[in-house]
Design a protein around this ligand. Structure first.
Ligand code: ATP
Ligand code: MG
Length: 372
């Protein structure tokens, strides 16, 4: 799959821009704060309706703008397709169009345009806190499984309501009567999340192990281990069993939740542990090992998506190449020969041999140089 054209209106710092891209490598160059990452954000949003930077879609609208428009022409599923999003600054719901037809949910666009983002923070994801790893897994899963995205959104909503009950019950003790209903719903949806995550992380780990072995000459064996709530003994168990395990867990922590007035544990605290030959990278990994494993995870994510849809997702490399030494750069570039890639960097001369160069300044295209 590839993005042929992108049109932005009042998106971030883009007032109005129409861009055309090459089917292979597209280099986005420009000084700091000119709009390079914004452009990648627009490409990711075009496919998924999700920003990798913010949950608040209003932030996408250019300061002072009435609405933002992100439209694109995409080649995927064997044909040319058009995607269009109109996003409003306030609570007004966004509008979604695919090939001129209005859609209700982002899930209906699933598979039209999939993207994989790789940025410098991802290089350290195996050292970071659990939330960064959860975000990585959630982002990939949401694109792979529209039902997962629906469950994740639902889980977040129920948790928000439960937190409100826990806080407001001091003033309004009657609220405690509805708490069991919220707990039951949390367990039902939480069990689904665990089931999806277990399968996804298993597949991701196996694919990443292959890349890591190729990368490190086969000396180290990479493994992923999914960590979820302690009462879940087997995350591959049927959803019903997971739901019961979650319920036992909530019972144990019920009192503490009331005392602290917040949702304490659950799938919203999930994590995964990445190890090399049995040693957790978070504690024992060298800087190089942590980076190499992170690259393997990203390439694995792309491979899984490719396996599912039969098409290579668009890769978005935000500032990441300049963070890598020559050996790792070559490994990444060799692995991504197929498919469309967007690479941002600040130094104008670097990597220009790779493909089309688009120079960005203050939310506008300053120049285009296509070597082909
Ligand atoms: P760097 O090389 O530092 O990563 P960049 O080219 O990737 O820079 P971006 O993150 O794409 O920069 O753009 C940042 C600029 O966009 C900032 O100056 C920011 O103020 C501006 N910006 C972000 N959101 C909006 C918005 N809603 N309206 C107008 N401008 C915005
Ligand atoms: Mg940037």
């Amino acid at each position: 799959m590839k993005v042929d054209k992108l049109y932005l209106r009042d998106f971030r710092n883009y007032q109005e821009s129409a861009l055309e891209f090459a089917p292979g490598v597209n280099l986005i160059v420009g000084d700091n704060a000119q709009g390079k990452t914004n452009l990648l954000e627009a490409l990711a949003y075009l496919g998924s309706g999700r920003s990798f930077r913010t949950q608040k879609s209003g932030e996408l609208v250019r300061f002072g703008g009435d609405f933002a428009e992100i439209s694109g022409e995409v080649t995927s599923q064997g044909r040319a397709q058009r995607l269009r999003w109109v996003v409003f600054p306030a609570a007004r719901p966004r509008q979604i169009y695919c090939n001129g037809v209005k859609k209700k949910t982002a899930g209906e666009l699933s598979g039209v345009l999939q993207t994989v983002l790789f940025c410098p923070e991802d290089l350290l994801v195996l050292r970071a806190g659990a939330s960064a790893r959860r975000r990585l897994a959630d982002n990939a899963l949401c694109q792979l499984r529209p039902n997962y995205e629906a469950a994740l959104t639902e889980y977040g909503r129920i948790m928000e309501q439960k937190n409100r009950i826990l806080k407001d019950r001091f003033e309004n003790p009657a609220l405690l009567e509805i708490l069991p209903e919220y707990n039951a719903r949390l367990c039902r949806v939480g069990a689904l999340l665990i089931s999806y995550r277990a399968r996804f992380l298993d597949a991701l780990g196996k694919a990443a192990a292959g890349y890591h072995a190729a990368f490190s000459g086969g000396g180290e064996e990479l493994t992923l281990e999914y960590k979820t709530v302690s009462t879940v003994e087997d995350p591959f168990a049927p959803v019903q069993a997971l739901e019961e395990a979650l319920s036992r867990h909530l019972e144990r922590h019920g009192r503490a939740e009331l005392e602290t007035a917040q949702c304490l544990t659950g799938p919203h605290k999930d994590d995964f542990i990445c190890s090399l030959s049995g040693l957790p990278l978070k504690t024992y990994g060298s800087q190089g090992q942590v980076r190499t494993a992170a690259i393997s995870l990203k390439l694995a994510q792309r491979a899984l998506m490719e396996r599912e849809s039969g098409e290579t997702p668009v890769l978005l490399l935000d500032d990441v190449l300049s963070e890598l030494d020559a050996g790792r750069q070559d490994f990444v570039l060799n692995q991504i020969r197929e498919g469309q890639v967007f690479i941002t960097c600040c130094e104008p001369g670097r990597f220009t041999r790779l493909g089309k160069t688009v120079e960005i300044g203050n939310g506008q295209v300053l120049s285009v140089n296509d070597i082909n």
